[in-house]
Each structure stands twice: as structure tokens, then as C-alpha cells.
Design a protein around this ligand. Structure first.
Ligand code: ATP
Length: 613
């Protein structure tokens, strides 16, 4: 099949999908809209014929003038009322379709179990277009298709009427519309291509805009005086996008102006011919009126048809991005024969190699590691050693490039990702701070407990954050946001409490601890927001709480994890050494060196301040 044929097939497929969506979303609205479209399309033809009958009646050509006049008035009244009813149905239909489309899009996005798609710029561009498309496009395609149908009905009615009066003019008027149709379709193709090409530019522009209004970025932007620099970059992106839009708009302007001249010429010539015929006595006054209305309506309808076709074509191309995301399929292959994870079981990494893509370097290089059930294992190493990557593999956000990870002997690839994640409690290095209440921020850890205040408070106590939350203006119901506020808080001066980094971190820990039944707890570098004492206390607490369960701790503060049953040192994606604190200290390898370095730092500080050791 040729590329053009392939394109047509794709557009028809997209059209079918959009109409199906409309039908599934609101069948009755769609039927009502269909009926009104047909009536709206037929009304101008009926009006023109009735006007001709009335005019001919007045000049003595027929005697049904009064009846025609009454019907004409009725059709006129309907013509006035129908656009309002159509507008209402169109808006309602658009809302119903958008609701369904957005819902389906985000169901699809939520269905991606891994992270790699969210790191792929091409996918992100497509997703942005799909999000735009989900909001408006299917509704606009339905509307455009109905607009086309309406124009076709009107054109056919008038063409038939015009053909009765002058077949030559009919052919000329129709002929003049063909280039318009072709030009509009080609322009719409260019418009859709433009949208795709400028998508990265617009994504960067949005990024700069968000950065400029972001509360977290505000500190550095002000401190380093980055405001104008970022604004300048945002402006440059907009100028680039504007330039591309302008080039297309100019092309559109020239083509459409030329086509309008052709249409005007055809109409003028037709009018002269019709008046000539009336003067010769081979036509009536009604014929002239019919002719004038028919030419004007056919041209208007054909122009509108061409525009609607082009617009719908463009929307179909946009809708293609939505369908492409929806049809992507799973990012990580779901297990062919899903297996259940055993309650107790060691976690084993068997010769795990990993890189983020073929273009990236190896991050993990043949890691063999057993995390015994119920033990506390600490993972230490320099920045970039691959510690967080290993955690992401344990959560199955990615799959090992080669090698495998087993839980109680079962390959994680054979376990549905959702089941695996129910068994994990994780505080990521870059944990989330939600613009919700304190209770909700904890409750999100287990949605079955989001309304269960007792469990939420218990988790907060375990994470050592209960006191902090109780001291907030509305306790657990305090909104932790300056972006949103509750209606009741509108005039409250303490609205929008801002927590410290360490307090947020404890809240994230409480969120993870809410999962009473999780088998493995992972803490990825809590030291970022916690003081040394707090980190030690949390690790100690966790040890008591997690008795009999497995913990994986990642920390740069070696003192905080020295009690771990097993300490694993990762260097450049390989395990450099492993053992407990004493074994590693005696071995005098990288761990001992790092430990001494940190201990010396404290000792020097103590000596310098003269404080008691
Ligand atoms: N999504 C990603 N895509 C590509 N490379 C990545 C990605 N995430 C991490 N990396 C790279 O993988 C390497 C290991 O990163 P990782 O975050 O696992 O190290 P880490 O040991 O946790 O470091 P740190 O102590 O600084 O947190 C780094 O070189 C990093 O640039």
C-alpha cells in the first residue's frame, strides 16, 4: 500500500475510534446531535426553495404563496433556535467524551509499571500531545465530522437546486471548490507536523515557566539571580515556536487569499449569467433569488467543508498520538504465568548487570548478593556507585539487563509488579511531598488506611513524627501546602504550613511504615534530611519494629548503619566487599578507609570545639 493509502487508512481508523468513543461516552447526546445536524443542514435549502415559491407566487407564478410563507416562517424560527440547542448538545457531548478519553489515557499511563518510558523524551513529547488530544480532540473530531456531514447535505441540496437552473454554473462552482479542499488538507498536514516539531520547544518553554513559579526553585533563582536568565530562555523558546507558526500562517494567508479570488470570480460570472437569463425571459425572479442563495450557500458550505475537513484531519493526526499512547502495551512484560511471593524468603541478586539503555554505560556489573530474610543489610558506596539503581531494580521499576533477582527462589519477572510492591515499604531518596493534609500524606502509603486515623497515628508514632504533627495548627488535618488550601482555611493566617526537610522525611517514613504487612523495608539515604542522631534513632527504631523482617538501608553515614547484620560496599557497580562492621573494619579495605575518614572528621570537630568526645 502507498504511503498516502496507508495515511488514509490510519485517518479512517482514528475517525472510527473517535466516533466509537463518542458513542460509548454519550449515545443519546450523539443521537440528538445527529438529528439537529441533519435539520440544520436541510434548513437553508428548504428556506431557499420556500423563498423562491413565495417570490414566484408574488409575481403570479403559483398560488401556494400563503402556505409557503407560513412554512418559511416556521423554518426560520427553527433555524434561529437550532444553533442554541446544538451548542448545548455539543458542549455536553464534548465534556462527556473528554471525561472518558482522559480517564482512559491516565488508566493507560498508570498501567506502565516501570519508569523507563517516563525518562524517554520522545515518549514525553507524545504524552504531552496525547494529553492535549485527550482534553479536546475526540469531541472536536465528532463535531468536525458532523460539520462535514452538515456541509455535504447542504451542498448536495443546493447543487441539485442549482443544477435545475444552470448545470454549467453548478460544475464551475464545484470545480472551484476542489483546489480549496486540496489546499486545506495539505495545510492541515503541515499544521499537525508543526505541532509535533515544536513539541520539544513548547515542553522546554513550559518547564522554564514552571520553574519561575515554583516555590522550591524560588530560593536558588533569587539567590543566584537566575530570574531574567530563565525568562530569557523561555522567551527564546516561544520566539522559536512563534517563528514556525508565523511561516505556516503566511503560507496559509497567501493560499487562502488566492482561493477566495477564484470563488468570487466564479460567483460573479454565475450571477451575470443568471441575470442575463432572467432578462431574456428564460428564468424567473425566484430563479435569480434561488441562484444567488444557492451560489453563496454552496461556496460557503464548500469552504466550510474544506476547512472542517482540514481541521478534522489535523485533529485526527493529533488523536493519533493519543491512540499511539493507548496502544503502547505494557512497558515491562507481564508474567506469562504469575506466581505468588512466599511470605518469608531470602532476596537474591544473581549476576545482575544493568544499564539504563544501550546508549548508557553499565551501572551494575555482575552483582551477586543475598539479602537473608529478616536481616538488616546496609548498602554503602560513593556517589554514583549504583545503590539507588539497585533499589529501583528491587522495586521492579526496571528489569536487569542480564541476570535475575529472586525472592524466596521466585524470579521477580514471574510476579505481578503490583503484588511485589505491596510487600515493600520504601522511602526513596527523592521521596514525594504531597500538597495534602498531614494525615493524607501518611495515608497514601496504604489507601485502605487513609480514613483510619488510628493506623495513621500509629505509623506517625513509629516514624517519630507524631509530636510534630500534633503541634501543627490543625493537627493531622493541617494542609501541608501553600498551593492549595481548604475552604475552611481560606481566612486562616496559618494556612499552608511548610515543614522542614527532615520533618517531611519523617512523614515519608511514616507513609512507608503504614504498610504493616510489608516484608521488606528500604530506606534510601535518609541522611539527606535528618541529623545524625535522628538517622541513628530511625535505624534503631526500624530494627526493633522490623524484627523478623528484612531491611535494606542505604546511607552515606557509616556510623548510622554500623549495626547492620551485613554491610555491602558498592564500587562502580560491583560489590567491592561485604561483611559486618567488625569484619570490614579489620579487613582495612574501602569501608574501613571511609569509616575512619568520617570518624576522624567528628574527632577533629570535637577537638576543635573542645567538646567532650
Ligand atoms: N534514570 C537514569 N537514566 C540514566 N542514568 C541514570 C539514571 N538514574 C541514575 N543514572 C546513573 O546511574 C549511575 C548510578 O546512579 P545511582 O543513583 O544508582 O547511584 P547512587 O549510588 O545511589 O548515588 P548517590 O549516592 O549519589 O545517590 C549514575 O551515574 C547516574 O548518573
Amino acid at each position: 500500500m502507498t504511503a498516502r493509502g496507508e495515511g488514509l487508512r490510519s485517518r479512517l481508523g482514528e475517525l472510527g475510534a473517535a466516533l466509537r468513543l463518542g458513542w460509548q461516552a454519550a449515545p443519546w447526546l450523539l443521537l440528538g446531535y445527529t438529528a439537529l445536524t441533519v435539520a440544520t443542514a436541510a434548513a437553508p435549502v428548504a428556506t431557499a426553495w420556500l423563498t423562491k415559491v413565495v417570490l414566484d407566487g408574488l409575481t403570479g407564478e403559483n398560488d401556494r404563496v400563503m402556505t409557503a410563507a407560513i412554512v418559511l416562517v416556521s423554518v426560520g424560527a427553527l433555524t434561529l433556535a437550532m444553533p442554541h440547542a446544538r451548542r448545548y448538545l455539543r458542549a455536553e457531548l464534548g465534556r462527556s467524551i473528554a471525561l472518558r478519553t482522559q480517564d482512559r489515557l491516565y488508566t493507560t499511563v498508570n498501567g506502565f509499571t516501570g519508569l523507563s518510558r517516563f525518562e524517554d523524551p520522545a515518549f514525553l513529547d507524545r504524552l504531552r500531545l496525547a494529553e492535549q488530544a485527550a482534553r479536546h480532540t475526540p469531541g472536536q473530531i465528532v463535531e468536525g465530522t458532523f460539520g462535514i456531514a452538515q456541509s455535504v447535505i447542504t451542498v448536495l441540496g443546493f447543487v441539485a437546486s442549482l443544477a435545475v437552473i444552470s448545470p454549467i454554473i453548478t460544475v464551475a462552482v464545484l470545480g472551484a471548490a476542489v483546489p480549496t479542499l486540496i489546499a486545506e488538507i495539505s495545510l492541515s498536514r503541515r499544521r499537525a507536523r508543526l505541532m509535533w516539531n515544536i513539541s520539544p520547544v513548547e515542553r522546554r518553554e513550559i518547564f522554564y515557566g514552571r520553574l519561575l513559579g515554583d516555590v522550591q526553585a524560588a530560593k536558588e533563582i533569587r539567590l543566584f539571580g537566575l530570574g531574567d536568565f530563565l525568562r530569557g530562555r523561555m522567551r527564546a523558546e516561544r520566539l522559536r515556536a512563534n517563528g514556525q507558526h508565523r511561516r505556516l500562517d503566511r503560507r496559509e494567508l497567501i493560499i487562502q487569499a488566492a482561493l477566495s479570488l477564484v470563488s468570487a470570480g466564479t460567483a460573479g460570472a454565475g450571477l451575470v449569467m443568471a441575470i442575463g437569463a432572467a432578462l431574456n425571459g428564460s428564468g424567473t425572479a425566484g430563479d435569480i433569488s434561488m441562484f444567488v442563495v444557492a451560489v453563496a450557500s454552496v461556496q460557503t458550505s464548500l469552504t466550510s467543508l474544506a476547512e472542517q475537513a482540514a481541521y478534522t484531519h489535523q485533529e485526527l493526526l493529533m488523536f493519533g498520538h493519543y491512540l499511539a499512547v493507548e496502544r503502547l502495551g505494557p512497558d515491562l512484560p507481564p508474567p506469562a504465568r504469575p506466581r505468588r511471593l512466599p511470605r518469608a524468603g531470602d532476596i537474591e541478586l544473581r549476576d545482575v548487570w544493568f544499564r539504563y539503555s544501550e546508549d548508557h554505560p553499565w551501572i551494575l556489573r555482575g552483582v551477586d548478593l543475598t539479602i537473608p530474610h529478616g536481616s538488616t543489610v546496609a548498602l554503602v558506596g560513593l556517589n554514583g556507585a549504583g545503590k539507588s539503581t539497585l533499589v529501583k531494580l528491587l522495586c521492579r521499576f526496571y528489569e536487569p539487563t542480564s541476570g535475575s533477582i529472586h525472592w524466596g527462589g521466585i524470579d521477580l519477572r514471574d510476579v505481578p509488579a503490583v503484588d511485589l510492591r505491596k510487600r515493600l515499604g520504601v522511602v526513596f531518596q527523592d521521596y514525594m511531598s504531597y500538597d495534602f493534609t498531614a494525615a493524607e500524606n501518611i495515608g497514601l502509603g496504604d489507601l485502605t488506611a487513609i480514613e483510619d486515623r488510628e493506623r495513621i497515628v500509629a505509623a506517625a508514632e513509629r516514624a517519630g513524627v507524631d509530636d510534630i504533627v500534633r503541634r501543627l495548627p490543625h493537627g493531622y488535618d493541617t494542609m501541608l501546602s501553600r498551593t492549595f488550601f481548604m475552604e475552611t482555611d481560606r481566612d486562616d493566617p496559618v494556612t499552608g504550613v511548610v515543614l522542614s526537610g527532615g520533618q517531611w522525611q519523617r512523614l515519608a517514613l511514616a507513609r512507608a511504615l503504614l504498610r504493616d504487612d510489608c516484608d521488606m523495608m528500604i530506606l534510601d539515604e535518609p541522611s539527606a534530611g535528618l541529623d545524625a542522631q535522628a538517622e541513628h534513632e530511625i535505624h534503631h527504631r526500624l530494627r526493633l519494629l522490623r524484627a523478623g523482617r528484612t531491611s535494606l538501608l542505604i546511607s552515606h553515614r557509616l556510623g548510622a548503619v554500623r549495626d547492620a547484620d551485613l554491610i555491602v560496599v558498592l564500587e562502580d557497580g560491583r560489590i567491592a566487599e561485604r561483611g559486618d562492621h567488625h569484619e570490614l573494619y579489620r579487613a582495612d579495605g574501602p569501608y574501613a578507609r571511609l569509616f575512619r575518614l568520617q570518624a576522624d572528621g567528628y574527632r577533629d570537630e570535637v577537638a576543635a570545639t573542645g567538646a567532650e568526645p
